[in-house]
Design a binder for this molecule. Structure first.
Ligand code: XIL
Length: 316
């Protein structure tokens, strides 16, 4: 085929992309496909721009691995999504178990966001400034940020990111907001409040870590609720896992599921792009995170395309 990114752009999207990670970049067959801008017009670092990777001790920043991904995007002519500034996971212990006053943690967040976003200024299309702020029931996640600063940490991070790179699109990113329900409503209410307060917010990212046979049915409706507020939206971490072993029937259902998820984005003008959370089962995060599950990507572990690839093509 013409390639997923070529097809997505011809249909009016900004990109079709993939996550990647530094250890995989020694695999030249893997890198060759990742770097083919006909397939992927955008990449996201799976780990190397997270807090534990970029500021392992307070005030000491390391960008070596993040720079490798940013430079790869530049070399390949691909857009870059920055991932992420403020998240409850993969935090260095000086943050997660620090005891901060509100003023001190405000400074910590401002310094982290402005240094990381500033380092990549001009190189990033969009930043996941805040990742996963909500529990599945729509309540706020109880982490060091919320427990110290209540909801204000979100605007503190967004304002610091805006000042550091005024041209980057600023996103809040989460999972299980792809169907109507308490968590999607919580996210809608948050972004409405941010807009009302004049806080910089450009987009909402829908992670889309789904399960074969049970992809959300109200996804397009939810996307439209967000774009109605003037925001852009994106699919940021798509994969569709199954209980192993894979069968022809599961792979066929997976193709239909990829098609319907991608179709929802295609049907919404301000859904700007789609990113899969790595393109191959060889390097997917799924098997190590969800016991007994896997085969979640459109390319198999031998880097051959699966029926899921053709499902995506059918939607683009
Ligand atoms: C995952 C990475 O892919 C793994 O390599 C890592 O061990 C854990 O994090 N939601 C997110 C991503 O926002 O940052 C996560 O990435 C997957 C779930």
């Amino acid at each position: 085929t013409a390639g997923l990114n070529t097809l997505a752009k011809a249909a009016g999207k900004l990109y079709f992309g993939s996550a990647t990670d530094n250890p995989e970049l020694s695999d030249s067959a893997y890198v060759k496909i990742l770097s083919n801008a006909k397939e992927f017009g955008q990449i996201t670092p799976g780990n190397s721009m997270k807090w534990d990777a970029t500021e392992p001790t307070r005030g000491t920043f390391t960008f070596t691995n993040g720079d490798v991904i940013a430079n790869l995007a530049k070399t390949n002519g691909q857009l870059l999504r920055g991932h992420n500034c403020v998240w409850h996971n993969q935090l260095p212990s000086w943050v997660s178990s620090g005891s901060f006053t509100a003023a001190d943690l405000t400074t910590v967040i401002q310094n982290h966001c402005s240094t990381v976003v500033g380092h990549y200024k001009g190189q990033v299309y969009s930043w996941d400034v805040v990742n996963e702020p909500f529990n599945d029931d729509g309540t706020w996640r109880s982490d060091v940020f919320y427990n110290t600063l209540n909801t204000t940490y979100v605007s503190i991070a967004l304002q610091a990111a805006r000042a550091a790179d005024p041209n980057a699109k600023l996103y809040i990113n989460d999972y299980n907001i792809e169907n109507s329900g308490a968590k999607a409503t919580a996210m809608l209410n948050l972004v409405k409040q941010l807009i009302a307060d004049g806080v910089p917010i450009d987009g909402v990212g829908f992670q889309c870590h789904f399960i074969v046979g049970s992809v959300p049915t109200s996804f397009q409706t939810v996307l439209e609720q967000f774009t109605a507020l003037g925001l852009e939206v994106a699919i940021t971490e798509l994969d569709i896992r199954m209980t192993l072993p894979e069968t022809d029937a599961l792979l066929a259902q997976q193709a239909k599921d990829y098609q319907s998820v991608v179709q929802a984005c295609m049907n919404v003008e301000k859904c700007v792009g789609i990113t899969i959370w790595d393109y191959t089962d060889k390097y997917s995060w799924v098997p190590s995170t969800f016991s007994g599950q896997g085969a979640a990507c459109p390319w198999d572990s031998n880097l051959a395309i699966k029926p899921a690839y053709n499902g995506i093509v059918a939607a683009l």
